[in-house]
Write a new protein. Structure first.
Length: 291
């Protein structure tokens, strides 16, 4: 469980740092950029899979449906919803809605222990404060709720896959499958201009997103999810806005407010409270393949 805690915390912190590098790729076509990100990540993951000697696993129909749903909802649909919600209302609203992920995963994982629900509630409160109590319009809210569905699907649909495929193959197969999905959306929205040669800063930004935020964070999350179960693992999603605050300070682009610091403190308290909960619904926790 200790390895699961470290992995989940690191994964969500790394995901939170993407806010600090988003400025580097802000002028690149959005959907084409996401397709590039997952293409690079999938190539790296597939090479790692080959080097480790992990053979291709023939999936059952149920597993194939879970993988397709995970990719469609957890990667492609999630990215579309975040992009469109940000366009409609700005980043604060979708950040606030995604701050409810710990509570959503706690409820989705079975019958959560009261202390786990309490911890998730504290984390949600802290994450909401850290994201600035976002506000916006109905369109932005609907897209943000779609992003929440995608984020929950990213974890819940992976659980049936991890016992046989393991975290590396789940990450590799899902990122590879996401490329054509996002490419189709890019062609519809951006046409042939969805791709162009990136500038040096853009290339560095995409490299960070592909290697750190996708390859490393995906593997750590899927490695930790079966150890903790979705309820406990979901607590660490509250670290995403905290990581954004820390990244802003390190890069010198933002100074945290009192609400930011209070929110970060509440997230830490909520995680500690939730982790002390007795395990319930242990059927949600599975043992991943060692292969």
């Amino acid at each position: 469980m200790r390895n699961g805690i470290v992995g989940a915390a690191t994964a969500m912190f790394l995901v939170g740092t993407l806010a600090g590098v988003s400025g580097l790729i802000g002028d690149y076509p959005l959907y084409g950029g996401q397709a590039v990100r997952y293409l690079v990540a999938s190539v790296i993951l597939l090479v790692i899979t080959r080097l480790l000697g992990l053979r291709f696993v023939r999936m059952t129909r149920r597993e194939a449906l879970c993988l397709g749903g995970l990719t469609l909802l957890g990667l492609a649909f999630f990215n579309i919803c975040v992009i469109e919600s940000t366009r409609a209302s700005g980043p604060a609203l979708v950040g606030t809605v995604l701050g409810t992920v710990p509570l959503a995963l706690a409820l989705a994982g079975g019958r959560p222990a009261p202390r786990l629900l309490l911890g998730a509630g504290i984390v949600v409160t802290g994450a909401t404060l850290a994201t600035g109590l976002g506000s916006g319009n109905a369109t932005g809210l609907l897209w943000a709720l779609g992003a929440l569905v995608g984020e929950v699907s990213f974890s819940m649909l992976a659980i049936p896959l991890l016992p046989r495929l393991g975290p590396i193959r789940v990450s590799a197969y899902s990122t590879a499958l996401a490329v054509p999905m996002l490419a189709v959306v890019g062609l519809v929205h951006e046409g042939t201009g969805m791709l162009r040669v990136p500038t040096v800063p853009e290339a560095l930004g995409f490299a960070y997103l592909a290697i750190v935020v996708t390859v490393v964070a995906f593997f750590l999350w899927y490695h930790s999810l079966p150890k903790l179960g979705p309820g406990r693992a979901g607590l660490f999603a509250g670290l995403i806005p905290v990581a954004a605050i820390v990244t802003g300070v390190v890069l010198g682009v933002a100074v945290p407010s009192a609400y930011d610091l209070l929110g970060a403190g509440l997230v830490v308290v909520g995680i500690l409270v939730g982790l002390t909960a007795e395990r319930s619904g242990t059927k949600a926790a599975v043992r991943p393949s060692e292969a």
